[in-house]
Write a protein that binds this ligand. Sequence first.
Ligand SMILES: C[S@@+](CC[C@H](N)C(=O)[O-])C[C@H]1O[C@@H](n2cnc3c(N)ncnc32)[C@H](O)[C@@H]1O
Length: 254
Amino acid sequence: MTSADVRPDGTVPFRATLGRSAGLFAAFRAEQSDPARFYGTLARDTVAQLRSYTPLDGRLVVDVGGGPGYFADELRAAGARCLCVDSDAHEMRLHGREADTHGIQGSALELPLRSGAVDVCFSSNVLEHVPDRARMADEMVRVTRPGGLVYLSYTLWLSPWGGHETSPWHYLGGSYAAERFARRHGRRPKNDFGRTMYAAHAGETLRWVRGRTDVEPVDIRPRYLPGWAKPVVRVPVLREFVTWNLLLVLRRLG
Ligand SMILES: C[S@@+](CC[C@H](N)C(=O)[O-])C[C@H]1O[C@@H](n2cnc3c(N)ncnc32)[C@H](O)[C@@H]1O
């Protein structure tokens, strides 16, 4: 990218091409063997995408459920000041990484931040892990300043990866898939249905957006899919299966 690519409002164009989706999928296949490669690739892609909605230089960004801080690294590389909030100290040290220097242990359901404190409230792949999704989304809006942005993205339950490591058996029921995993591996899955993973749908979050008067949608799209797949989020039922990961970019109104 050159300075000529930067738009007058400080945002940067981002192209959701088929090649980009294929690259993300290839990196995803290496998640277990080379997590740093996968999460580093995903974080670079995500921050490039985020910059198409908002400039990041000097902005205060909170990464809700940021885990070991791959996204925080990229957000800082893009000039943002970044805080990570995560409820699990172990997750903050995953893959042998040091806990983020600006990491706070706290819950997405009760963010330890004052209202309107941040320019961007960011969360990747966390909403499906909390028992009260509307409350987490409410909290993300609360801590975002008027004019600021909420970037909220999560894996849909009915997508092929909805059951995470218990997929595709989640299509026969989350409890069944978790029990099957436990029998086969001699341990509970990390993403354990009803305990650390829940059935998150697109329809409920879209209804939540429509029910709020203090946010306006900037973009709602399948996060990883090519741009031409975007209309699928408007098709009830089908969207739950093929969107894979739903991204909502919302502007907080004054
Ligand atoms: C699948 S990981 C996602 C990590 C990172 N955001 C990413 O996209 O790679 C889910 C993260 O959410 C965190 N988490 C789960 N429930 C949470 C809660 N109630 N409050 C804050 N963080 C939570 C977990 O500890 C974990 O780090």
